[in-house]
Design a protein around this ligand. Structure first.
Ligand code: FES
Length: 103
């Protein structure tokens, strides 16, 4: 199992979620289930970058960056939530942060 924790600009927010890595949920699906909003103006097609999140911990527990996401040239600690998913073999803790959460 993978525990996903959420942080706003300065503090933890939302309730941690435990996800089944076998289902390989996207970060967008996980944050939506936690009631935390992210932009998705391109309809989760990996084009707009509005869903980008900072991964404070657990980058290695996520699926590799595919070509579509690589085109966005995000900082090394950020992922597109619509493209990045929990790796099916992952176990551990992922911490996600977005400055708009917890306001
Ligand atoms: S929703 Fe547009 S890049 Fe993720």
């Amino acid at each position: 199992m993978v525990e996903v924790r959420f942080f706003g600009a300065t503090q933890a927010c939302g309730s941690p979620r435990t996800v089944d890595p076998g289902e390989s949920p996207t970060l967008l699906e996980i944050t939506a289930a936690a009631g935390l909003l992210l932009g998705r103006s391109c309809g989760a097609r990996g084009i707009c970058r509005s869903c980008s999140v900072t991964v404070r911990r657990g980058l290695e527990l996520l699926t590799p960056i595919a070509a579509l996401e690589a085109k966005q040239r995000l900082p090394a600690n950020q992922r597109l939530a619509c493209q990045a998913a929990v790796h099916p073999a992952a176990s551990g803790v992922v911490e996600l942060a977005h400055p708009a959460w917890g306001r």
